[in-house]
Write a protein that binds this ligand. Structure first.
Ligand code: UD1
Ligand code: CA
Length: 463
C-alpha cells in the first residue's frame, strides 16, 4: 500500500512577527518542518509540501536536509499562491497526488513539530482517522463531533460553532489519514460558505465521514501543539526538552541540572555521559561512553568519543574529539577540527581545519588554523599559525614529536619536520628539517647598571 504525506506549510505565521517562514523556526535547534518530515515512518513513501510564504527559503532548507540525508523519503513541493484555507491548500497537492497515485493520504501541519513517529505510524495504519485531543480550554481549535458509535460526524470551526458546540472539549489536532479515493472527490466538492470564507479541509474530512467511518484517535496534547507565536515556540522547546532529557536520563546519562540542559532531537548519548549545567547540544552530535561535558559548553554537529573530558565553556562546531581527549576550559573548536585520541587542548585555544594526531598537546593560548599536527607533538603557549595572507589560506604541517617553543608563529605555507625543536619566540618562515633546532631571535644584550640609570633619568624628568 502506498501512503503519501501532505504537509501544510503555506501559512504566513503572522503572529511569529518574523521575516523567517514559520516552519523554519527552530525547536531545540531543528526547524519545525524538519521535525515533521523526520517523524514520517517508513510506511510513508513520499511527502508533498504545500508552500507559499518564504517558499524559496523553505525549498533551500529542504534541499539542504536532503543532501545531508536527514529526510526519510522524497519530498516534493507545490505552491498555494493564495491562502484560501487548509482545504484549498490540499487541493493544490492534487496533481502531485494524482502522479504519485497513493492508496492512503496522511495530512500533517508543518508547524506541529512534536508529533512522534509512533503517532504518525499509528495514524497512517488506519484507513480513515483523525487525531484529536481533549483540552480544558478548547480555544480556537475545531470542535470534534462524534456519532453514538464514536466515529467522526464532523468538525466545526470555532467561528462557525453554536454555543453548544463551543462547549465541546474534544478538538481536532489537524492530522488525518484518509483513503485517496474518498479524499479526492471530497476536496473537489469544497465550498467556502462559512464564517471565514475559507475552503476548510475539515469539511472534506466530514464529507469522507459521510461515506465511510472515520475514527477519532485521541493523542497526547503535547504532541499536537502548534507553533503560532514565540510563546508557543518556547512552550514547544520546553516540552521537547523534557521529553528528550527524560529519554537520555533513562538511557544512563547524568544531568546535573536537566532544566538547563538543551539536547536536540538528532543527538545521541552513550551511557555514563555526564552533562554539567547549561550544556547545549544541537544538530547531529554523538557522545561516547563516560564522556563528561563541563558547564556552559555548546556543541553543534560534533562527534565526541568515549572518556573525553570537556571542561567548562567550550564551543564546537563540525568538530570531532577522539577517545580520552581533554579539552578546555574555554576552547573554541571550529569547523573541520579533528582531535585524535588523547589530545590535550587547553584554555583559549582556537582551532579551524586543524588535525591534531594522537597525544598532541596545545595547552595554552593558541590559534591553530589549516594545520596538521603530528603524534605527541607539544605546542607551547601562544603559538599561532599565520594561515591567512589577506587573500588566501595556507597550510602548516607539523610532524610528530615536535617541540614548538612558546610564543612562536608559523608563517604558512610551512612544514616542521618530525622531532624538530623551535626555540621560544621563533617566527618560522621556512621549512624546518626533521630533528633540527630552529631559532630566529635578535641576540640579547645586557647593559650593566643601565636599569638604575634609566629610572633616575625618568624620575628627574617628572620635575
Ligand atoms: C485548523 C483546523 C482546525 C484544527 C487546527 C489544528 C481547518 C479549517 N481547521 O485550524 O479544526 O483544530 O487546524 O491546528 O482546517 N495552511 C496553509 N494554507 C492555508 C491555510 C493554512 O498551508 O491557506 C496551513 C498553515 O500554515 C498551518 C496549517 O495549514 O500549517 C493549519 O492552519 P491554521 O490556520 O494554523 O489552522 P486553523 O485553520 O486555525
Ligand atoms: Ca486559519
Amino acid at each position: 500500500m502506498t501512503t503519501v504525506a501532505v504537509i501544510l506549510a503555506a501559512g504566513l505565521g503572522t503572529r511569529m512577527k518574523s521575516s523567517v517562514p514559520k516552519v523554519l523556526h527552530p525547536v531545540l535547534g531543528d526547524p519545525s518542518l524538519l521535525w515533521v518530515l523526520r517523524s514520517l515512518p517508513p510506511s510513508i513513501s513520499a511527502a508533498v509540501l504545500v508552500l507559499h510564504h518564504g517558499k524559496a527559503q523553505v525549498e533551500a532548507a529542504v534541499a539542504q536536509w536532503q543532501a545531508l540525508k536527514l529526510l526519510p523519503c522524497p519530498v516534493h513541493t507545490v505552491d498555494q499562491d493564495l491562502p484560501l484555507g487548509t482545504g484549498h491548500a490540499v487541493q493544490q497537492a492534487v496533481p502531485e497526488l494524482e502522479r504519485l497515485a497513493p492508496k492512503q493520504v496522511v495530512i500533517l501541519c508543518g508547524d506541529v513539530p512534536l508529533l512522534t513517529e509512533a503517532s504518525v505510524a499509528r495514524l497512517g495504519a488506519k484507513e480513515a482517522c483523525i487525531l484529536a485531543m481533549d483540552l480544558e480550554d478548547p480555544a480556537g481549535y475545531g470542535r470534534v463531533l462524534q456519532r453514538a458509535d464514536g466515529s467522526l460526524q464532523g468538525i466545526v470551526e470555532k467561528k462557525d460553532a453554536s454555543a453548544e458546540e463551543l462547549r465541546v472539549r474534544r478538538v481536532n489536532g489537524g492530522a488525518y489519514s484518509l483513503p485517496w479515493s474518498a479524499l479526492k472527490p471530497a476536496l473537489a466538492g469544497l465550498s467556502n460558505a462559512n464564517a471565514q470564507r475559507e475552503y476548510y479541509l475539515t469539511d472534506a474530512v466530514a464529507a469522507v465521514a459521510a461515506r465511510l467511518p472515520v475514527q477519532v484517535e485521541l493523542c497526547n496534547p503535547s504532541e499536537l501543539l502548534g507553533m503560532n507565536s514565540r510563546l508557543d515556540q518556547a512552550e514547544l522547546q520546553s516540552l521537547a526538552q523534557h521529553r528528550i532529557n527524560a529519554h537520555w536520563m533513562e538511557a544512563g546519562v547524568t544531568m546535573l541540572a536537566p532544566e538547563t540542559t538543551v539536547i536536540g532531537p538528532r543527538v545521541t548519548l552513550a551511557p555514563d555521559v555526564l552533562l554539567e549545567p547549561g550544556v547545549r547540544l544541537e544538530g547531529r552530535v554523538e557522545v561516547g561512553e563516560g564522556t563528561q561535558i563541563g558547564q556552559g559548553c555548546v556543541f553543534r554537529d560534533c562527534v565526541l568519543g568515549s572518556s573525553v573530558e570537556v571542561r567548562p565553556y567550550c564551543i564546537g562546531q563540525n568538530a570531532s574529539i577522539g577517545n580520552g581527549a581533554k579539552v578546555g576550559p574555554f576552547a573554541h573548536l571550529r569547523e573541520g577540527t579533528v582531535l585524535e585520541e588523547k589530545v590535550h587542548m587547553g584554555n583559549f585555544v582556537e582551532t579551524k581545519k586543524a588535525h591534531l594526531h594522537a597525544g598532541a598537546k596545545a595547552n595554552h593560548l593558541s590559534y591553530l588554523g589549516d594545520c596538521e599536527i603530528g603524534e605527541r607533538t607539544n605546542i607551547g603557549a601562544g603559538f599561532i599559525t599565520c594561515n591567512y595572507d589577506g587573500y588566501r589560506k595556507h597550510r602548516t604541517v607539523i610532524g610528530k614529536d615536535v617541540f614548538v617553543g612558546s610564543d612562536c608563529q608559523a608563517v604558512a605555507p610551512v612544514t616542521l619536520g618530525d622531532g624538530c625543536v623551535t626555540a621560544a619566540g621563533t617566527t618560522i618562515t621556512s621549512d624546518i628539517p626533521a630533528q633540527a633546532l630552529a631559532l630566529s631571535r635578535v641576540p640579547q644584550v645586557n647593559k650593566e647598571g643601565a636599569a638604575e640609570r634609566m629610572r633616575a633619568k625618568r624620575k628627574g624628568s617628572m620635575g
